[in-house]
Design a binder for this molecule. Structure first.
Ligand SMILES: [Zn+2]
Length: 110
């Protein structure tokens, strides 16, 4: 096992892990639940860490993480569906309710 990413934000660490998993890497997140234990330990000791289970995948996983981090901010704001008026999470490019595409998602495939 090797750590391939350390993140002070557990949600972001989880997002990295989920993306690696989606690409077929075996990953686990350590320290995910220790945020509340911070205080006596140096902060970096309790930051969530993304680990790959197979050392042979570590190098490739780090390259993927670097690519993710180079992408624009993933936390897109929620948007309001122009068709049905529902609030849709920013990472969705279609309305969860009526499948209307994001109004500003220009050029996205149908
Ligand atoms: Zn809708």
């Amino acid at each position: 096992m090797q750590a391939v990413h350390t993140d002070r934000d557990p949600i972001h660490a989880g997002w990295i892990a989920a993306r690696l998993e989606a690409e077929g890497f075996g990953v686990t997140v350590r320290n995910y639940y220790l945020g509340g234990a911070a205080g006596e330990l140096p902060p970096t000791e309790v930051w969530p860490e993304v680990w790959v289970l197979d050392d042979r995948e570590a190098e490739a996983a780090r390259a993927r993480v670097a690519a993710y981090l180079a992408e624009p901010e993933p936390d897109e704001p929620d948007w309001i569906c122009p068709n049905c008026g529902e609030t849709v999470d920013g990472f969705l490019d279609r309305c969860w309710n009526c499948n209307t595409p994001h109004p500003e998602e220009g050029g996205a495939p149908p």
